[in-house]
Design a protein. Structure first.
Lengths: 97, 447
C-alpha cells in the first residue's frame, strides 16, 4: 500500500500525478505558498518549474469556496486552514509577484 | 525557612460548560489537597469558560453564569488552599481575560491579561480589553506575580510583575499545539526566567477544542532558566512543584518529575488522536464511520480513529466501483481486520448507473470528464451520511491537507463529514509512512 502510487481510482488507470505534480513537488510548493505566504514568482525563483507553480497556486486560489465548506480539521501547523488562514472567496488578486 | 507546594492543574475544560468546569475545578482542588498537600493550585487560562469561548463571550448570560459558578466555588472549594484560576469577566462594562485568586471562601483579587494576541488562530482583541497593571499577591510569605499566556511571550508584563515585587512568576495558559511548539515554549520559558531571574510556573490546558489541540506540557523553571518539573504532554492530571524558601525573597523549585522528550512524529500523531477523540466525544457522537479505499490516507485515518476511540466505536466501509483495484479491496479488508473494526463492503455500481441513466438524455453528446468521477465520490458520500444518520456515527473525512489546498476533493463527496484528521498536515511524509499501517505505534496517554 505504501509503495503504490497514490490514486483516487475514479477513472481507468488513474494516478494522482496525472493531474497534479508529484506529491514531493506539490507539497514543497504548497509549503511555500500557504505556510510561507510566498508569491508564485518567488517560488519559481527558489527553483521550481513555472508551470508547476502556476498550476498549483491557481488551484489553491480557485477552491477557497470548497475549503470554506469543508469539515473542521485538527490544526497541527502554524498555518492551518480555518482560523489561521482567512481568505476572500471572491477576489481579483493575481498570484504573480 | 519554609516550603510551599504548588500543584499545576493541567486539565481539559469543556467550552461553554461553566458549571461543569467549576465542578471539575472543585474536585481537582480537593484531590490536589489530599494527594499532594497543595498550598496553591493553579488552573489554565479561561478555565471556567473553556478556551476559546469565541462569541459565547458576547452573550449577556456569560457573566451571570460565571458569577454563579464562582459563588459555588467560593462555597465548596477546600479551605487553606490558594486557588488561581482563569475566566473571562466584565468589570465596569469592559470584558477582560482574568486570573482570579480564591482563598478560604473569598475571591481576593483579579489580574487582567495585558498582552492580547491577535494573530494566527487568536483574536482576543475582538473580545477583551487589555489589563493595565501587574498583580502581585502574597501567600505564606511568597510574593506571587500573575501572568496570562501572551504576557509571557510579549515580555513587558513579565518586567512589570518583577518591578511590582514578584518573587515567583505564575502563568496561566491556553497555548495550542502546532509542530515544533513544545520546544519553542520551553525555550521561551528558560529565556524569560533567566531574564527575570525568577522561577516561572507554567500551567497549560490539555485536550481538543474544534480545530485546536492543547498539548499540556505544564512545567516549572528555576531563576536560572533550568527546567525542574515538566508534566506529561497529551495527558490530563495534577503535577506538584515543591518550592523551598532559600532566603527572604528567594523561592527555589525543587527537582521533580520531568517528562521525557517525545519525537516530532509522536507529538503530531498524538495531536491528531487527541483532536479526533475530543471532537467526537465532546460532541456526544457514539463513534465514527470511515470510507476505506485501500489507500494510505484512509488507512492512517482508521489508525488514528482506533487509537482515539477504540475499535468498537469505529466502522469502516469499502465502496468499490469498476476502477477499484483488487489490491485496494484486499488492503482495505486487511486494514480493517488488523485493527479489529466492523467492516462492510458496499459496491456503488447500481447507484452510479441509476444516476447516469437519469442524466443520460441531458448529457447526450458530451464527453466523459470529472463529472463522472465526482459522481462516484458523491455516491460514496451519500452512503456514508446514511450510515452516519442511522447509527449516530460521525463521518471521519479522510482527505489530506495537500488535497484540500488544491481542491483535489469532491464537495458532497469525499468531503462529507464531521471532522477530518489530516486537514491541517500537509501530507507529512513521515507520518504517512510510519503510521499508515498499524495503530498503536505510539502510546498516546489518553488514547
Amino acid at each position: 500500500m505504501i509503495e503504490r502510487p497514490p490514486s483516487a481510482e475514479l477513472a481507468p488507470d488513474q494516478q494522482d500525478s496525472d493531474s497534479l505534480p508529484d506529491y514531493d513537488t506539490l507539497d514543497a510548493i504548497l509549503m511555500r505558498y500557504i505556510e510561507g505566504d510566498m508569491s508564485a514568482e518567488a517560488i519559481i525563483a527558489a527553483g521550481f518549474e513555472r508551470d508547476d507553480v502556476y498550476k498549483v497556486v491557481k488551484l489553491v486560489d480557485r477552491c477557497e469556496y470548497k475549503r470554506r465548506q469543508a469539515p473542521v480539521g485538527v490544526r497541527v501547523t502554524p498555518r492551518g486552514f480555518g482560523r489561521d488562514r482567512r481568505y476572500p472567496i471572491v477576489n481579483g488578486w493575481q498570484p504573480g509577484e | 525557612m519554609q516550603d510551599l507546594t504548588l500543584v499545576m492543574a493541567q486539565l481539559d475544560p469543556l467550552v461553554g460548560d461553566i458549571p461543569g468546569n467549576a465542578a471539575r475545578a472543585i474536585e481537582a482542588v480537593r484531590e490536589a489537597r489530599i494527594e499532594h498537600g497543595a498550598d496553591i493550585v493553579v488552573f489554565p487560562e479561561l478555565f471556567l469558560s473553556g478556551y476559546p469561548p469565541e462569541d459565547l463571550l458576547l452573550r449577556p448570560s456569560m457573566e451571570t453564569r460565571l458569577r454563579e459558578a464562582r459563588a459555588v466555588m467560593a462555597e465548596k472549594v477546600s479551605r487553606d488552599v490558594l486557588v488561581i484560576i482563569g475566566y473571562p469577566g466584565v468589570r465596569e462594562g469592559v470584558c477582560y481575560n482574568l486570573a482570579g485568586i480564591l482563598y478560604n471562601g473569598q475571591w481576593e483579587a483579579e489580574y487582567a491579561k495585558q498582552a492580547l494576541p491577535n494573530y494566527q488562530v487568536f483574536d482576543e482583541q475582538r473580545y477583551f480589553a487589555p489589563g493595565q497593571q501587574a498583580l502581585v499577591y502574597e501567600h505564606k510569605g511568597a510574593r506571587l506575580g500573575l501572568l496570562i499566556c501572551e504576557d509571557l511571550w510579549e515580555g513587558t508584563p513579565v518586567k512589570a510583575a518583577c518591578a511590582a515585587g514578584a518573587e515567583v512568576l505564575i502563568t496561566l495558559n491556553a497555548s495550542p499545539y502546532h509542530q515544533d511548539k513544545p520546544g519553542e515554549r520551553l525555550r521561551l520559558l528558560e529565556q524569560r526566567a533567566a531574564e527575570a531571574q525568577r522561577p516561572i510556573v507554567y500551567v497549560n490546558t490539555i485536550g481538543g477544542q474544534d480545530e485546536l489541540v492543547f498539548d499540556g506540557g505544564s512545567g516549572c523553571v528555576d531563576a536560572s532558566g533550568q527546567l525542574k518539573v515538566l508534566a506529561p504532554y497529551w495527558q490530563a492530571g495534577l503535577m506538584p512543584v515543591q518550592f523551598l524558601q532559600q532566603s527572604a525573597d528567594q523561592w527555589v523549585p525543587q527537582p521533580g518529575e520531568i517528562e521525557e522528550d517525545s519525537t516530532a512524529e509522536e507529538s503530531l500523531y498524538c495531536a491528531l488522536v487527541t483532536g479526533v477523540r475530543d471532537y467526537v466525544n465532546k460532541s456526544g457522537f457514539k463513534g465514527v464511520v470511515i470510507g476505506l479505499s485501500g489507500g494510505i490516507d484512509s488507512a492512517l485515518t482508521l489508525a488514528i480513529a482506533v487509537d482515539a476511540l477504540g475499535p468498537q466505536r469505529v466502522q469502516a466501509v469499502m465502496m468499490p466501483y469498476h476502477y477499484t483495484a483488487d489490491i485496494s479491496r484486499q488492503d482495505a479488508a486487511e486494514q480493517a481486520e488488523l485493527l479489529g473494526v466492523h467492516y462492510e463492503v458496499m459496491p456503488i455500481e447500481p447507484m452510479v448507473e441509476a444516476f447516469m441513466g437519469t442524466l443520460a438524455e441531458s448529457f447526450e453528446g458530451t464527453e466523459r470528464d470529472t463529472t463522472e468521477e465526482n459522481l462516484q465520490s458523491r455516491c460514496r458520500g451519500v452512503l456514508l451520511m446514511a450510515i452516519s444518520n442511522k447509527k449516530g456515527l460521525m463521518v471521519l473525512t479522510t482527505g489530506n491537507k495537500s488535497e484540500m489546498a488544491v481542491g483535489y476533493a469532491t464537495l458532497y463527496g469525499d468531503m462529507v463529514g464531521g471532522i477530518t484528521r489530516l486537514r491541517m498536515s500537509i501530507r507529512p511524509g513521515f507520518i504517512v509512512w510510519h503510521a499508515g499501517v498499524t495503530a498503536n505505534l505510539w502510546p498516546c496517554p489518553n488514547g
